[in-house]
Design a protein around this ligand. Structure first.
Ligand code: ZN
Length: 228
C-alpha cells in the first residue's frame, strides 16, 4: 500500500485499501465450460484494472506503478509487444499477471475455429516462454467472441474469458450502465497507449485520471487473479 506522498506525487488522493482476497474465488463456470465475465460477483467495494495490447512502453508508467503499488492485469498481444518484451517484466515482478490477448489482435468472430485456436494457443506458448508462466485468462480483441472462442480457449488451457464494464478514455470513463457509476466487482479496461493515441497526453496522465475516477467513487483496486 503506497503512502499519501506517493499518491500526491502523481496528483492523486490515496485510494482505500483493498480488502483481503476472498478465501474462495467467486467466479465459477459450469463444469467443463469456460466462463465469460465482465465483472466479479462481490459485495466488496472493489474494482479491477486491466491494461491491454502493449503498444506503448512508457518507463514513467513503470515508475508510477512501482510507487503506487496498484494491482493490475496485462492482456498482451504478441504483435504489440514484440518490439520490447522486456518492458513488461518489471511490471510482472511487481506481482501483476500477464494474460492472453492473441498473437495479432484479430476480430475472433470472423476467424475459423482453428484460426482462433492458433491465436490463443500460440500466444499461450509465447507468453509462457517469455514470462515463465502460462496465462490463465483470455481477453478477445474488441470484446468480440463466439462459441468457437470458448472452445478454443478451453483447448488452450484458458480458465476464463474476461471482458469489461468500463472503458477508460483519456479523461473520462465510458460506462456500459446508464447510471454511469462503478459497481462492486467491475472490471475496467485501459490500454498501453501513449501521446499519439492520447492526443498529446501520456499513459501516466491517463492512468492518474482513471485512478481519480475510482478514488472519487470510493472504490479500492483489487487483484483480478485473486477473484477468478
Ligand atoms: Zn486489444
Amino acid at each position: 500500500m503506497a503512502g499519501a506522498a506517493a499518491y500526491r506525487k502523481w496528483g492523486l488522493k490515496p485510494l482505500p485499501e483493498a480488502p483481503a482476497p476472498p478465501a474462495t474465488k467467486p467466479v465459477r463456470g459450469k463444469p467443463g465450460e469456460v466462463p465469460v465475465i465482465s465483472d466479479i460477483p462481490t459485495k466488496e467495494k472493489v474494482v479491477f484494472v486491466t491494461f491491454d495490447d502493449g503498444a506503448e512502453k512508457d518507463p514513467k508508467f513503470v515508475e508510477m506503478m512501482r510507487e503506487l503499488r496498484i494491482p493490475f492485469t496485462m492482456f498482451l498481444t504478441d504483435a504489440a509487444i514484440s518490439s520490447d518484451k522486456g518492458y513488461f517484466k518489471p511490471l510482472q515482478q511487481l506481482g501483476n499477471a500477464i494474460q492472453n490477448h492473441t498473437l495479432t489482435h484479430p476480430n475472433m468472430r470472423t476467424e475459423s475455429g482453428s484460426q482462433q485456436q492458433h491465436q490463443i494457443c500460440g500466444q499461450q506458448e509465447k507468453l509462457a516462454k517469455e514470462y515463465g508462466k502460462a496465462p490463465r485468462l483470455f481477453r478477445p480483441p474488441y470484446g468480440n467472441w463466439n462459441e468457437g472462442t470458448r472452445a478454443a480457449a478451453k483447448a488452450c488451457g484458458v480458465q476464463a474469458i474476461v471482458l469489461w464494464r468500463e472503458s477508460m478514455q483519456i479523461q473520462n470513463m465510458q460506462y456500459q450502465r446508464g447510471d454511469k457509476k462503478l459497481h462492486p466487482g467491475d472490471i475496467i479496461l485501459a490500454h498501453f497507449r501513449g501521446r499519439s493515441e492520447l492526443k498529446g497526453h501520456t499513459m501516466t496522465e491517463m492512468t492518474a485520471n482513471m485512478l481519480r475516477h475510482i478514488q472519487e467513487q470510493g472504490f479500492a483496486v483489487a487483484r483480478l487473479e485473486d477473484y477468478v
